[in-house]
Design a protein around this ligand. Structure first.
Ligand SMILES: *[C@@H]1O[C@H](CO)[C@@H](O)[C@H](O)[C@H]1NC(C)=O
Length: 217
């Protein structure tokens, strides 16, 4: 057996052991996965309804900025619920010796990923502001220029990547394979969300630029 074969069969073995330590029947895990899927679906639907029908702007007394703050508070709140449901679900899951016996994973990598995730999300919120972070473009509140300062000089989607890293850090901290699974699901959901959000945002900005160049001529 070559070194690569040995490595692959070792990796497959580790994954099998980890998966065996996930209790998929546990309702708290199922609820956690539902929350993880629900949040991006919810804000994409609401943001598009805002764009087409101005539902939140109307609800906020015809004030787009206030409407966006309303959405921001809602997204922030369902995010907290999702995080609490996740942590509660992890507590009901089996702990894996593979994860807890490894001091580097448990004592260093968990804090490093959680901390770096927090830095990414907070600094991106700071760089974009509330309306920039919470889908302001759907309300017609556009940025003058693309933000290129940190963390946008190291990644295009620091909010989503930071959030995913926080899930990963929590999973490693508690030594729960179910948390690693949920983290993969978070990553998948955000990837799908981006497939809807990125082209839509590009379309909104392209429209603005087109209208501006029309005015100049
Ligand atoms: C991104 O910006 C930060 C802060 O200005 C800076 O320290 C860092 O070196 C930059 N990173 C890259 C890859 O340009």
């Amino acid at each position: 057996m070559s070194a690569i074969d040995a490595y692959i069969s070792y990796a497959v073995n580790v994954v099998q052991v980890l998966v065996a330590d996930i209790d998929f029947q546990e309702p708290t895990l199922q609820l956690s996965l539902i929350c993880i899927a629900f949040n991006p679906i919810f804000w994409n639907i609401v943001a598009r309804l805002e764009y087409r029908k101005k539902i939140l702007t109307k609800l906020a007394g015809n004030n787009p900025k206030r409407g966006c703050y309303l959405l921001a508070i809602t997204i922030f709140s369902i995010g907290i619920v999702r995080d609490l449901v996740y942590e509660n679900a992890l507590k009901k899951q089996p702990t894996s010796k593979i994860l807890t016996d490894n001091t580097i994973l448990k004592d260093y990598l968990s804090y490093a990923t959680f901390g770096f995730g927090g830095i990414l999300t907070l600094s991106s919120m700071y760089a974009l502001g509330v309306t920039g972070t919470y889908l302001g473009d759907y309300f017609g509140i556009l940025m003058e220029e693309r933000v290129t300062s940190f963390p946008f000089n190291i990644t295009d989607n620091p909010m989503y990547e930071g959030s995913t890293l926080s899930f990963l850090g929590t999973a490693l901290y508690y030594g729960k394979p179910a948390g690693l699974f949920a983290t993969g699901f978070v990553y998948l959901m955000y990837s799908i969300a981006l497939k809807f959000e990125e082209p839509f945002t590009a379309m909104i900005y392209a429209k603005r630029d087109e209208e501006r160049s029309k005015k100049q001529n």
